[in-house]
Design a protein around this ligand. Structure first.
Ligand code: NAP
Length: 525
């Protein structure tokens, strides 16, 4: 595919109106061809209006047709996976093989959402039939199903440049729900964004859908993101990135005359608790495994196990030694952008300023924006006293916390803000301790992992990628897994309707053969 650098607005390729940029190869510092167009509020308006025009027809596509469209995106994505991975390797410094795997897994996510659509359970079709003879008053017929919210704005993330970017899970779940998507491309990988955008643009045309189902815009600075969030025809926003960026967009959306939901996924240190018997039995093994997971994607992962907590005692030294050895041998690797690299260096220094001791460092950086792996240590007392030590350092750093015992472990657990995940390593002798820790973790996180690591992430029906603030802005929802579709739908009740005016899912004959809740019972009637 020859990259043109244009914006993708519906079926059109639109040239720059607000300047251009080139992609940066963070491994070499070189700029890469071609020029990529920036748009402004006029292009935002055009894309959102098209999405609004597309909404009525797209949100009413039959389940079979919509599922086929999602499958088509998956096929088109797989067809360009080599080219996409090669371009992305240049734009991100990440290994091409890893990126190819990400493309294949992401195609799989679109296919899973196609299944979700075919199953139709997300509609939550519910029927309370009329009871004309009910005493003391008759009941009218009530039928409920979920409907799509409207056009959705998705901010592509920098760190997983396929699975959280243009063709990522946010896009898959919004399209599955029946919402047209306006994608704000991340400027860290403009070429790869264009390839992914054209994959969807082509699928829209092949499926014969309204062109406004998908647009991709790009801009300089905050203006374009603000215009998207402010646009009166936008009904929801998703975002993965920094707490500052996410909260700026969230607050902006709440200040609209008609506030809209903004689902932000922002920051998490994913604390890992090692209980005493587990520490004694396999401290070294846990240390090695943790560093390997923490360094995945050069530590630029929302699920990175950034803080490891254990009480001093049998196994602690083995844990510490294994962490040190694994960190020491890690090569410094290119980070996604100069800005993310510089923030990493600054935040690692902040840990030191806040009193953390540097225990080990990986191989020295060679490239300008290489991230050096780092291991720090603090006491439980320090972690409790200094909130900054409990904040994310985005990049390949791990913080070991040496606790005084079981009570301090519980106290420290209570001090954490909301998290995407927390992990527990425990043996049979740790059961009583684990039972005290679990309710504390449940209040603070969307996922609790037992004797394993939260990376790799499963994209499935039981996945939760969410959690209390600041992990996300709304802990009731997940941004990964089949449940992600829930962010883009809302209930409508049809009261006393004639059958021929009802949506298919609610008709007496149940033509889609869906599971429905009828008078409180789940049935396929
Ligand atoms: P970011 O700075 O939060 O930006 C993400 C996206 O939002 C970009 O497209 C950005 O546009 C846009 N944006 C941010 N603030 C905005 C505002 N006030 N108004 C309008 N648009 C806004 O994230 P990033 O560039 O990916 O990385 C920066 C830092 O975010 C990292 O160092 C890391 O700390 C954190 N991060 C965390 C995670 C995680 O999963 N926990 C993932 C990625 C990043 P522009 O680029 O055009 O400004």
């Amino acid at each position: 595919m020859t990259l043109t650098g244009e914006l993708l607005i519906g079926a059109a390729r639109v040239p720059a109106t607000a300047g251009t940029m080139k992609a940066l190869n963070p491994a070499t510092g070189e700029l890469i061809e071609p020029e990529f167009a920036f748009g402004g509020p006029a292009e935002v308006d055009r894309a959102v209006r098209l999405a609004d025009e597309a909404f009525d027809s797209y949100s009413h596509t039959g389940l079979t047709e919509r599922a086929a469209f999602l499958d088509r995106i998956a096929d088109n994505l797989e067809a360009v996976k080599d080219e996409l991975a090669a371009r992305l390797a240049l734009e991100t410094g990440l290994p091409a093989a890893q990126l190819e795997g990400e493309a294949v897994r992401t195609a799989g996510v679109f296919r899973k959402f196609a299944t979700v659509v075919r199953q139709g359970r997300f509609l939550q079709a519910t029927v309370d039939p009329a009871q004309p003879d009910r005493q003391p008053a008759p009941r009218m017929d009530h039928r409920l199903q979920k409907v799509a919210l409207g056009p959705v704005v998705i901010f592509g993330a920098s760190n997983f440049p396929i699975s959280y970017s243009v063709v990522g899970g946010d896009t898959a779940s919004a399209l599955a729900a029946g919402c047209p998507v306006i994608l704000k491309a991340h400027n860290a990988h403009p070429g790869a964004s264009e390839i992914q955008g054209r994959v969807i643009q082509r699928a829209v045309a092949e499926a014969g859908l309204h062109e406004g189902v998908f647009s991709l815009v790009r801009g300089a600075g905050n203006e374009i993101g603000e215009a998207l969030v402010d646009h009166p025809l936008v009904h929801a926003v998703t975002f993965t990135g920094s707490e500052a960026g996410g909260m700026a967009l969230f607050r902006r959306a709440q200040q609209r005359p008609d506030p809209i939901p903004v689902f932000t996924e922002m920051t998490s240190v994913n604390p890992t608790f090692v209980l005493p018997a587990a520490l004694a039995a396999r401290g070294a093994e846990i240390g090695t495994g943790l560093v390997q997971r923490a360094m995945y994607n050069v530590g630029q992962a929302c699920l990175k196990p950034a803080i490891l907590l254990a009480a001093d005692g049998p196994g602690f030294q083995e844990l510490r030694d294994a962490l040190s050895a694994e960190v020491a041998k890690a090569a410094a690797r290119t980070m996604l952008t100069p800005g993310i690299h510089d923030a990493y260096v600054r935040n690692a220094q902040r840990l030191e300023n806040d009193g953390a001791t540097r225990v080990a460092a990986g191989q020295a950086p060679e490239g300008l924006w290489d991230g050096q792996s780092l291991l720090y240590e603090v006491s439980g007392e320090q972690l409790l006293a200094e909130p900054g030590l409990r904040e994310e350092v985005f990049g390949p750093a791990v913080l070991l916390v040496r606790l005084t015992g079981a009570e301090q472990l519980l106290e420290v657990a209570r001090a954490f803000r909301g998290q995407l995940s927390a992990t527990l390593h425990a043996e049979a002798d740790d059961r009583a301790h684990a039972q005290r820790l679990l309710p504390i973790l449940e209040r603070r996180t969307g996922r609790i992992v037992f004797n394993a690591f939260s990376i790799p992430q499963e994209v499935s029906y039981a996945s939760t990628h969410g959690g209390p603030f600041p992990a996300t802005s709304d802990s009731r929802f997940t941004s990964v897994g089949m449940g992600a579709i829930e962010r883009f739908i809302r209930p409508v009740t049809y009261q006393n309707f004639p059958d021929d005016l009802l949506p298919d899912a609610l008709r007496a004959a149940n033509p889609e053969n869906l599971w429905r809740v009828v008078d409180g019972e789940l049935v396929k009637d």
